[in-house]
Structures are given as C-alpha cells and as structure tokens.
Design a protein around this ligand. Structure first.
Ligand SMILES: [Zn+2]
Length: 364
C-alpha cells in the first residue's frame, strides 16, 4: 500500500506552505520596520501620509496572498486526505479480493478433502465387502461341515464357469438370474480379444454385482504357449488377471484354477506352494460337463452328464464353460433336476472345504 507515501507527500506540502508563511511574516515585519523607520526618519507629515497611503494600499494584496496561500494549504490537505481515502478504498478492495481468494481456497481444500474422503469411503466399502465375503464363506463352510457330518439334508452344487468373460457371458448371466442361483466364474482377461476390455470389464462387474464369485484362471490361459514354462510365468499370469478383476470390480481374486487343471502343470507342487505362500487358494473340480472339447455336444448330453456326476456327491464342484451354447441350453434342466434332489447352488469361497482338495473324478 502507498498510504505511507501519501502521508509523506502531505508533510512535504505542509512544510513548503509553512516556509511561505514564514517568508510572508518576515516581509510583514520588514514592512512594519520600514514604516516605523519612515515615521522616525522623515518628520514630513505629508510625506509620511503619502507613504502610509501607499503601504495601506498594499495591505489588501498581501492579505489576498495570505488567503491564497491558506487556500492552497487547505486544498493540499484535502488532496492528501482524498489520496488517503483512495488508498484506504484500494486497501479495502485488496482485502476483499484476499477474502474472496481465501474463500476460494477453502472451497478447493474442501473439494480435495471430499475426494480424499470418497477414496477412504471407497476403500472402506471394499473392506466391508471383503469382510462380508469371509462371513459368507465361513457360513457356507459350516453348512458343508454339517453336510459332511451327516447332520444336514442339504446338498451343495458349485457350478463353475471357466474361460470367460466371453461373448455369451451376458446370456449366461441372464439365464442364471432367471434361475435365481449363484455360481462361480474362473475368468481370463484375454478371452474377448483386443479392444474389448470395456465389454469384458462390464461383464466382470455384472458378475460381481449379482453376487457370484469371481476367481482367477490366469490372464492368458496359454497352456501351449509359455504359461507352464516356469513358476514365474504362471504367477505373472495370475497377478495380471488379478489386476484385471480388481480394476473392474475392486475384488481381489483369491482362488486360482490352473488352465487344464493342476495335474496338467509340470511344476504343480512348486506352483501350489507359491500360491499358498502368497495367500491364494486353488481348486480343480470333481464333476465335469465335458463341454470344452471341439466335438459338438448336445445340451441334453451336457445336462445328463452333469446331473449324474453331481448326484454321486454331497458337495460337488462342476467344471463348465460360459462360451459353450450347449451348456447355456442345459442349465434349465441341470438346475431343476438337481434342486429336486436337494441341491442348492452357491458361489465358491476360499473357506470352502473343496478348495485345494477336490480332484477330477470322471476325467480320463
Ligand atoms: Zn480353462
């Protein structure tokens, strides 16, 4: 602010005016002195009278000069006050701007806080969902234990669909919704091909939101192209798929199924040890829909095969594929027949007794 500067200016002006007044006072003194000297030195009354008249004639001019100077001082004072007022006004405007800026900053801080807060809320929700999954898995495990101890008439069928999301996954989800059951998807990120990530992720989200379990079938499923060359290759493909599912759904996959089954993996023991060390469960299957071969199966074949195998077990894990239309066509029949036999259809959780224990019973 230039308030101080203005005060200085005012002081300077006043100083000049004071000097002027001092000069005028000195001039008046000299005038009086001269007049007195005239009176004393020149006894001529006439001359004295003349001199006096001359001098008296100059008085109004001198008075006018004094008044003019006084007016100039007043004006300078007014100007200085006006400058101070303007400076104050300017300062008030600056203050107002500062206040507005402070308010804007507070608004931005609040926005930043809201974002931070929503991320916290999101993380908390994810944690809640993870907790609920554990609770649900634990409850299912208790039911399994009762069934295995002969204390329950329930039977459990875990329908599991491998290799999706595929272009038919939406149709499978519609049918599964209609049947009002819950299932498990062993997903691969690579299935739908290039530029289809958004579609794939939408299917993954729908699977998650419908209460199904989403598990890990590795990103590439490249059983003939490097997946089983080393433990590291396999774990990389698992992690990559985990990231795909996590970014689409916020869910960490915690059950892995080996493409073609764990017995197909040359380093089976080492990989299982690595998975276990890293906190993953793994699972094969007990029943098999035999729907992944190139031979075209009828939906009747799929239904008959699945229903017969599941019926041999109290708790059954069925291998199927959500890219096979015959399997989609068989679901009505499979579910209605098995419900009649007392089976309920549940999603797989890591807590299940079947994780890490079931073995293919009817595969060659
Ligand atoms: Zn597969």
């Amino acid at each position: 602010m230039n308030l101080k500067l203005d005060s200085n200016k005012l002081t300077a002006i006043l100083r000049k005016v004071n000097i002027l007044l001092a000069v005028l006072a000195a001039a008046s003194a000299v005038f009086c002195g001269v007049m007195a000297f005239g009176l004393l030195s020149n006894p001529s009354l006439e001359r004295m009278g003349l001199r006096q008249q001359e001098m008296e004639a100059q008085i109004p001019q001198l008075q006018q000069k004094i008044e003019d100077q006084q007016a100039a001082v007043d004006q300078a004072e007014k100007d200085a006050q006006a400058q101070v007022a303007a400076a104050n006004e300017e300062q008030a405007a600056v203050q107002q701007e500062l206040d507005a800026a402070t308010e804007r900053k507070a608004g931005m801080d609040n926005t930043v806080y809201t974002f931070q807060n929503s991320e916290q809320v999101y993380q908390q929700m994810r944690q809640n969902i993870a907790d609920i999954r554990v609770e649900y898995g634990t409850a299912i495990r208790k039911l399994e234990d009762k069934i295995l101890a002969g204390e329950s008439n329930y039977r459990i069928c875990y329908l599991t669909f491998d290799d999706g999301p595929s272009y038919y996954t939406g149709d499978f989800l519609d049918k599964i919704d209609e049947l009002d059951i819950h299932v498990t998807f062993f997903t691969i990120g690579y299935q739908m091909g290039k530029n289809q990530d958004a579609k794939r992720d939408a299917y993954l989200r729908r699977e998650a939101l419908s209460g199904h379990s989403i598990c890990n079938h590795t990103y590439t499923h490249a059983i003939h192209n490097g997946l089983y060359y080393s433990k590291e290759n396999f774990m990389d493909a698992v992690k990559k798929q985990e990231d795909v599912v996590y970014s689409a759904t916020g869910i960490r996959t915690d059950i892995v199924r080996f493409p073609a089954g764990s017995y197909y993996c040359p380093q089976r023991t080492a990989v299982i040890e690595e998975l276990t060390n890293q906190g993953y469960g793994w699972i094969d299957w007990s029943a098999n829909a035999f729907d992944s071969g190139t031979n075209i199966k009828t939906k009747e074949f799929v239904a008959r095969t699945v229903v017969w195998q599941v019926s041999q077990e109290q708790i059954s894990v069925v291998l199927m594929h959500d890219w096979r239309l015959e399997t989609l066509g068989a679901l009505d029949s499979i579910v209605s027949q098995l419900k009649e036999k007392g089976y309920i259809f549940l999603p797989l959780f890591k807590e299940s007794s079947t994780v890490g224990t079931v073995r293919p019973k009817w595969d060659n």
